[in-house]
Ligand binder design. Structure first.
Ligand SMILES: CC(C)(COP(=O)(O)OP(=O)(O)OC[C@H]1O[C@@H](n2cnc3c(N)ncnc32)[C@H](O)[C@@H]1OP(=O)(O)O)[C@@H](O)C(=O)NCCC(=O)NCCS
Length: 161
């Protein structure tokens, strides 16, 4: 399907918030999205939109020195499994690499197999567990790390994920 990835702007916040609400047991308040797009200088925020300019998914990353953290990430339920999440992550990681990121961290619900598969496909490894981390259902969080060699392999080997 046809879509492009571009930087998230404050005008996208309402649509991004809607996707997050449709997705997560715990979702960020609208004010957090405003903060990420307007104030947080560490934030690197991306959206995927179709040719009719409908927002299909988003990715919020935080760049801290040479580390890029996946802070929030979702594709609209109607548009999943069409390559949009992978394209967002690839785009965000590549742009962060170009800014000096060499490793990436994230936390993911231990039962979120689709996201875990996606991260593993990109070379992230399980590196820890936070017991009962999520307040809504006390689910564990898996901590995952993309180490520099695997990160580099994403962009400098011939076949990319
Ligand atoms: C995780 C998420 C962003 C993936 O987005 P997506 O657009 O569906 O992903 P893609 O179509 O690009 O799939 C890329 C890879 O993810 C994995 N994947 C995606 N959906 C999957 C599913 N239902 N089951 C297993 N693996 C899945 C696969 O490895 C897939 O690669 P493949 O197609 O070669 O098998 C999406 O499922 C989502 O929004 N989930 C809810 C929010 C969320 O969990 N965010 C992450 C929080 S840490």
């Amino acid at each position: 399907m046809n879509f492009q990835i571009r930087k998230m702007t404050p005008e996208d916040v309402a649509n991004v918030f809607e996707i997050d609400q449709q997705t997560a047991g715990l979702y960020w308040p609208l004010s957090s999205y405003r903060f990420e797009t307007v104030e947080n200088t560490a934030a690197r925020n991306w959206v995927a939109e179709n040719t009719e300019r409908k927002i299909l998914g988003f990715l919020i990353l935080w760049l801290i020195l040479d580390e890029i953290h996946v802070a929030n990430f979702a594709v609209s339920p109607d548009f999943r499994q069409r390559g949009i999440g992978g394209a967002l992550l690839r785009h965000g990681l590549k742009a962060a690499w170009d800014e000096g990121a060499r490793t990436s961290f994230l936390e993911v619900r231990s039962g979120n197999t689709s996201a875990i598969h996606l991260y593993q496909k990109f070379g992230y490894e399980e590196t820890g567990i936070r017991k009962s981390y999520y307040q809504d259902n006390h689910e564990d969080a898996l901590m995952m790390t993309l180490y520099p060699l695997a990160y580099q392999n994403n962009f400098f080997r011939q076949e990319t994920p």
